[in-house]
Ligand binder design. Structure first.
Ligand code: WT7
Length: 666
């Protein structure tokens, strides 16, 4: 691989290791034997993990891989996912345990016990059923981080309907394409949401999105912002219904039907290398097994003792697996926080940790780097002694951030687990075990017991120690995706064609072994950017830019960014008249801001380019492929690399000279 990444540089110098304390190791859920167990008999190992769930009908075989790449796990088994996450804990006498300490951004709070959660989920399940939603139907959910979001997901699971959660920051256009692709029958949203101390509308965007959406019969609206919103909420009679009118009137009893282990649980859209997001499909038994197993061993979670907090949004897979399914299956007491980390002040997270005695905290490197920027004196003001495990996910964590996290949040005593996985893998795949692993800052280290991963070269041959290449998963795993919604061909193509001969799953990440055989992730090797742990395709942003009337052509790259991991940098060629330049013309600062706003409108604010450069030409190979490598050199202020494969090698001179740049205002 030619790309040089910061992780790779660190790899040459990083030699610190942090073993668990004897005290931690002695009580840890997972010991070193787990690796041996899994190696001895992989299927028996997974069967043992699955047995921790409640199955109405036992499975007849653990894995059927005969129809690869479409896996079946726990074949013939039947279970209800929501029952496993809620009811069984109540039936086992834990109804009074708090499931959720919910903290609203304005400061309102709700504690919800497992018994109360069961009542809510049952009412919501009855409500959905009353709207005609049944097994296999799709329900789209666009909600802020409020308890109803979790209740809605569980209610779908309970009745066998698939949820498709769409991140609240996605634009109406993005919501619409997801609603159409999944042919959602019902959409659940809220009147508004609190963002940085302000109530902002949500339903208004959903209304825009759904104009003419043929599949949608009902829109259920949670009242969240209420009178804090300016103006009335527009209402479509016959289609729209308030959550409280619909759900509160329902009986809080609902008999959970057991579904097949392979019954679809949800669709979650994620960016690929084309402009069209992929609807990643997950099913029930295997997914819940691995979500619960990983949550138990990676975070060393102890039900009834720990207070767990994952700071993700339910719009991403981390929220699905590590706020909803994994923790609830394990009877966690967790914090769910609605707002941004600096509202009303930059110590908000640490205040919450202190108030609730949070013991396990799981967040993303981009946020850790933001906390670093705000300064160690901020967490220093709070009592963080309840913390005992820290997790990281979403992108490679640089050793500086890792060390800062361990020192300033973890008081130099908490193990840090750097967890590698993807929307497609459904659950954590590569991670230290906190009571076993001698942790290395910046490395995700080893596949978990029961999981197999390799770093291979172009031909699929495993590279030796200290070698780099592509990360592959060479054996099926329980929570693996079961396909792309409505597009089996794209599923095979995207993940299984690159190493078809070997039958490896191609993860799209570059990786390297160190001298000990530990894995270091090096970032994406495809045209996918990772901005603040969110996956965004270069093509998607390019299409959004080109849809603006002033833009003739666009090329987008992810450039290294000190806070967000990667920042989006766009190179645009403007159309005829717009390209003349000068004050007030389309190439001016104002026009660049207009383009940034246009991308935010088309995709969502997370996709807004950090920087847009107006250029006269783009570097292309003779076959017309844009050479993003060279643009990345420019975007990262490096000397431009080898240009010999360009159709016209003078283009890069032109770009460097004629470039006008506009930077973001974030
Ligand atoms: C991509 C998946 C998994 C939930 C959040 C993102 C990158 C994720 C790590 C990590 C290095 C990581 C990879 C992966 N990634 N975790 N610990 N170290 N890279 O889910 O949106 O599906 O993105 O995020 O590039 O392929 P996602």
């Amino acid at each position: 691989m030619t790309e040089q990444s910061p992780a790779l540089d660190n790899l040459l110098t990083e030699s610190r290791t942090f073993p668990p304390s004897d005290e931690f190791a002695a009580k840890a859920n997972a010991t070193a034997e787990l690796y041996a167990d899994a190696d001895t008999d992989r299927e028996a190992f997974w069967a043992k993990q699955a047995e921790r769930l409640h199955w109405d009908t036992p499975w007849t075989s653990v894995l059927d891989w005969s129809d690869a790449p479409f896996a079946k796990w726990f074949v013939g088994g039947k279970l209800n996912v929501a029952y496993n996450c809620v009811d069984r804990h109540v039936e086992e006498g834990h109804g009074d345990q708090v499931a959720m300490h919910w903290v609203g951004e304005p400061g309102d709070t709700r504690d919800i016990t497992y018994a109360e959660l069961r009542g809510e989920v049952c009412r919501a399940a009855n409500a959905l059923a009353s709207l005609g939603v049944g097994a296999h139907d799709r329900v789209a959910i666009q909600l802020p981080m409020i308890p109803e979001a979790i209740v809605a997901m569980l209610a779908c699971a309970r009745i066998g309907a698939l949820h498709s959660v769409v991140f609240g920051g996605f634009s109406p256009a993005a919501l619409r394409s997801r609603v159409d692709d999944a042919e959602a029958k019902v959409v659940i949203t809220s009147d508004g949401q609190y963002r940085r101390g302000k109530a902002v509308p949500m339903k208004a965007g959903v209304d825009d999105a759904l104009a003419g959406a043929e599949s949608v019969e009902k829109v259920v609206v949670v009242r969240r912002a209420g009178d804090d919103l300016d103006g009335e909420v527009a209402w479509t009679d016959g289609r729209d219904v308030w959550w409280h009118d619909l759900v509160d009137a329902q009986p809080d009893d609902h008999t959970a039907e057991a579904f097949d282990s392979e019954h679809p649980l949800y669709i979650l859209y994620t960016s690929g290398t084309t402009g069209k997001p992929k609807g990643i499909l997950h099913t029930s038994g295997g997914y819940l097994t691995q979500a619960a197993y990983t949550h138990r061993v990676v975070f060393d979670h102890k039900p009834g003792e720990d207070v767990y907090w994952c700071t993700a949004d339910i719009g991403w897979v981390t929220g699905h697996s590590y706020i909803v399914y994994g923790p609830l299956a394990n009877r966690a007491t967790q914090v769910v926080y609605e707002g941004t980390p600096n509202t009303p002040h930059e110590g908000r997270h640490w205040e919450i940790v202190q108030n609730y005695g949070v013991s396990i905290y799981y967040t993303a490197p981009t946020l850790i780097r933001t906390f670093m920027k705000w300064g160690a004196d901020i967490p220093g003001k709070y009592d963080l002694s309840s913390l005992r495990v820290l997790g990281s996910v979403g992108e490679p964590i640089n050793p500086e951030a890792w060390m800062w996290y361990r020192e300033h949040i973890g008081g130099d005593r908490c193990p840090v687990v750097d967890t590698w996985w993807q929307t497609e893998t459904g659950a954590i795949m590569i991670s230290p075990l906190p009571g076993v692993t001698h942790a290395k800052p910046g490395s995700a280290q080893r596949p978990l017991p029961g999981i197999s991963a390799k770093v291979v070269d172009n031909d699929g041959t495993e590279v030796p120690a200290k070698g780099g290449g592509y990360l592959v998963l060479d054996k099926p795993w329980p929570s693996m995706l079961r396909g792309i919604w409505g597009d089996d061909e794209r599923y095979r193509d995207t993940y299984w064609s690159r190493f078809a001969e070997q039958g490896f799953y191609f993860a799209g990440d570059g990786a390297k072994y160190d001298a000990d055989g530990d894995i270091w992730l090096l970032g994406r090797v495809d045209d996918v950017m990772n901005v603040s742990g969110h996956r965004i395709s270069t093509t998607e942003v390019e299409s959004a830019l080109v849809s603006h009337p002033t833009v003739a052509e666009a090329a987008v790259v992810g450039a290294t960014d000190a806070t967000t991991g990667q920042g989006i940098v766009a190179f645009v060629i403007l159309r005829g008249g717009a390209a003349e330049g000068g004050e007030g013309s389309a190439g001016g600062e104002e026009a660049i801001q207009a383009l940034r706003a246009h991308v935010a409108k088309e995709i969502g604010p997370i996709a807004k380019p950090r920087q847009i450069m107006v250029v006269p030409e783009l570097p292309k190979t003779r076959s017309g492929k844009i050479m993003r490598r060279l643009l990345r050199d420019v975007a990262e202020n490096r000397e431009v690399g080898d240009v010999t494969t360009l159709a016209d090698s003078s283009v890069m001179d032109l770009i460097s000279k004629g470039m006008k740049s506009g930077s973001g205002d974030e």
